[in-house]
Design a protein around this ligand. Structure first.
Ligand code: SF4
Ligand code: SF3
Length: 553
């Protein structure tokens, strides 16, 4: 075993990747990420101590923690050296916090501190050696390990969303304080299994908070998403494809490409950018190109122009891929060999001129599909249709809603979600968010009295919108329990943002969620039982039988 990682749904044999990631992560990059997590946890230990002593943790620390966590999310960063630089920076940030405490008379004995709080390496070689000897398996008890990782992955999801909000100038210290306390908690041997279960549930509560913060950040700057037909075809200009989740990068790119003769298309999780009024106004913003993240190897070849990754999901290109030199990364994302666009300074714009010049030399994209898809059903838009929706439910025209938010993935077993959507009776509506939608958003499932049968709220973080819609419907129908609504939950997960979406739904009291295509490898049998007993979580079966089971409820 040269590495160990089990943080995503595609963990090898649903147990863990041990020599190379199914995602394409090499063992030495995976180990360097373990070392980064180690140093981040040490940093959060001191940050938490600072807060306990009523002192302030500064922005640099919060941002280091956020960005570092984000860079370890599945498919965000494949650049080992970029991760290594974060480790070196972590030593500085962590040790500065310790000094801050010592200056205020709070000192620690090295022997009493965890290795994560003290270990420092001065050379790349020392870091490489250490990286092989830290990580998940250091926690021997499998239930404690499972809960620590569940909290850690939830916090990674929080960090990703907090970073997007941060980039839009929306900061919330309570969220940073929680991330630090929670991660410090994963180093604390005195926490019992029950304590860790409580910490897991609290993680979900902050998941709701951070998604609300990001919703506020996005909608206050770009307007409320509105019902939109998104073009899937192409025009005859050179173009840039933008992928990932960061809307601030989208804004900067649209502004800088305006009048340049270069078009902009969204890819994968950036599709929902098409729904925002502030972006729709640009004539050179053409629409969406391609499908879910895992199809990029084929689709990037035919796109012909440069591709900008603002976040996950990157699939490392094959050695001889023709589009390799057209990939750019920015923010927490990274890829060995790709050009990385540096961070913005003093809240100014990022400089995308290099990508724009590159695009001008490229052929226009090759058309791979035509037509349109409809989306933009975030909470504000759905509430504007509320009367229609409520009438349709009361008249029986809509019998049930199915929340099918989450992630997509490359495994064949995900055909389940396409089949499930097709098996659903005509009087049902799918509520979706995240890239899970690509399994059924082009099926042409029709509408019910003008309400499309697939309502796409947006990116995975817009699962928050689905929760807001559920809570509003609960009010309208004067119900006491969110679980009494005619809404079923059949969620697809892949990476750690889906973990926080799941924990957020649990914290809102949603029960009986079905999770697939497999339950997480990091859930030990005992921890899985807690989730089953407390929340009625279960897996998936066959599409037809599952539809029958849900409809009979
Ligand atoms: Fe394996 Fe997923 Fe970890 Fe990649 S992120 S190494 S696929 S468990
Ligand atoms: Fe997808 Fe990677 Fe999770 Fe934001 S783009 S949902 S998997």
């Amino acid at each position: 075993m040269s590495m160990f990682c089990f943080q995503c749904q595609e963990a090898l044999k649903n147990a863990g990747c041990t020599s190379k990631g199914v995602c394409g992560k090499t063992d030495d990059t995976a180990n360097m990420m373990d070392l980064l997590m180690h140093v981040i946890k040490g940093t959060t230990f001191f940050a938490y101590e600072i807060r306990k002593n009523n002192m302030t943790v500064d922005d640099e620390v919060n941002h280091f923690v956020m960005d570092g966590l984000f860079s370890t999310i599945t498919n965000a960063n494949f650049d080992k050296e970029a991760i290594r630089q974060r480790v070196y920076r972590g030593f500085e940030v962590r040790d500065r916090l310790r000094k801050q405490l010592e200056k205020n008379g709070i000192s620690f004995n090295d022997e009493e501190l965890k290795d994560a709080c003290t270990w420092t390496g001065e050379t790349d070689g020392a870091l490489d050696m250490k990286a092989e000897n830290v990580g998940v398996l250091q926690t021997e008890n499998e239930d404690v390990r499972s809960l620590r990782e569940l909290v850690t992955y939830g916090v990674k999801g929080i960090a990703a969303y907090a970073e997007h909000a941060y980039n839009l100038g929306h900061k919330k210290d309570e969220i940073y304080a929680f991330m630090e306390r929670a991660l410090a908690g994963t180093l604390d041997d005195s926490l019992s299994v029950d304590d860790l279960v409580s910490l897991t549930l609290e993680t979900g509560k902050y998941g709701v908070e951070v998604m609300a913060l990001l919703d506020q950040a996005n909608t206050s700057r770009y307007g409320n998403p509105e019902m939109t037909s998104v073009n899937l075809g192409v025009r005859n200009n050179p173009a840039i494809l933008i992928s990932g989740h960061d809307l601030r990068d989208m804004e900067d790119l649209l502004q800088q490409t305006e009048g340049s003769g270069v078009d902009v298309y969204t890819h994968s999780e950036m599709l929902p950018a098409n729904y925002y009024p502030a972006f729709k106004k640009y004539d050179h913003f053409v629409g969406n190109y391609g499908n879910s993240w895992w199809k990029q190897k084929e689709e990037f070849e035919s796109f012909n122009g440069p591709i900008l990754f603002t976040t996950n999901c990157i699939v490392p290109p094959r050695k001889n891929a023709g589009y390799k030199d057209r990939i750019y990364t920015t923010g927490a994302s990274g890829l060995d060999g790709a050009t990385h666009i540096p961070a913005r300074e003093n809240d100014g714009m990022k400089d995308f001129s290099q990508i724009i010049e590159h695009a001008k030399k490229c052929d226009p994209p090759k058309e791979i599909e035509t037509g349109e898809i409809v989306g933009g059903f975030a909470h504000n838009q759905v509430m504007q249709l509320a009367d229609k929706v409520v009438d349709a439910v009361k008249s029986g025209a809509i019998r049930k809603f199915f929340v099918m938010a989450g992630c997509d993935g490359r495994m064949k077993s995900r055909q389940y979600y396409t089949d499930f959507a097709q098996e659903l009776p005509d009087d049902t509506v799918i509520l979706t968010a995240g890239c899970a939608k690509y399994r059924y958003n082009k099926l042409g499932l029709g509408d019910i009295g003008g309400i499309p049968r697939v309502l796409d709220a947006g990116q995975c973080n817009d699962s928050y919108s689905l929760a807001v819609i559920a809570m509003k419907l609960k009010e309208v129908f004067e119900l006491n329990d969110i679980n009494d609504l005619p809404i079923e939950y059949n969620i697809a997960w892949y990476e750690q943002k889906a973990v926080i979406v799941l924990l957020a739904l649990l914290s809102l009291g949603v029960k009986d969620i079905h999770l697939g295509p497999t339950l997480p490898a990091f859930l030990s049998p005992n921890v899985a039982n807690v989730l089953v007993d407390k929340f009625g979580i279960s897996g998936i079966g066959e599409p037809k039988e599952d539809v029958e089971m849900f409809m009979a409820k």
